[in-house]
Design a protein around this ligand. Structure first.
Ligand SMILES: [Zn+2]
Length: 145
């Protein structure tokens, strides 16, 4: 039986549809949830957690990788994770400091934050250091260059 899990949430349905198209073009099965509620009232959308994009559990990692490459923001669950350990050296941007795997991914900061900070304060807020993730041992870390 297929286990559908939420991998990313959008405020507006059209954003979810664009991301769905990106994933489907890579052969990922995608399911959109809570779309109707969001279309009725966009203010409701944030209240119920937005428009959810669901994928098959087995395709989760591939789907997240595609979203990362496409520049989409991280899921709220991921950004709520505890502070990651920091490693010194540029090589840890490509190699996992825990298991030496090269199956690592750089996580981007939410682009919304950047846009909002420019709109409201006229200057970009200094952002957190980039965080990295290893798909082999599932560890997260930061890199100080
Ligand atoms: Zn690793």
């Amino acid at each position: 039986m297929t286990n559908w899990i939420t991998i990313i949430t959008f405020i507006y349905p059209h954003e979810a549809h664009i991301a769905k198209g990106v994933l489907e073009s890579e052969g990922i099965d995608v399911f959109i949830k809570d779309e109707m509620t969001a279309q009725v009232n966009n203010f409701y959308s944030t209240a119920i957690g937005g428009v959810k994009l669901l994928v098959n559990e087995e395709q989760r990692e591939r789907a997240l990788q595609i979203l990362e490459e496409a520049g989409y923001i991280k899921t709220p669950e991921d950004s709520a994770e505890p502070e990651s350990k920091e490693f010194f050296g540029v090589k840890y941007s490509h190699t996992c400091p825990y298991c030496n795997s090269q199956n690592v991914m750089k996580e981007r900061q939410p682009s919304y934050t950047m846009i909002l900070s420019i709109l409201f304060f006229m200057i970009p807020i200094p952002f957190l250091r980039r965080r990295y993730h290893c798909f082999d041992c599932d560890q997260n870390w930061r890199v100080r260059k």
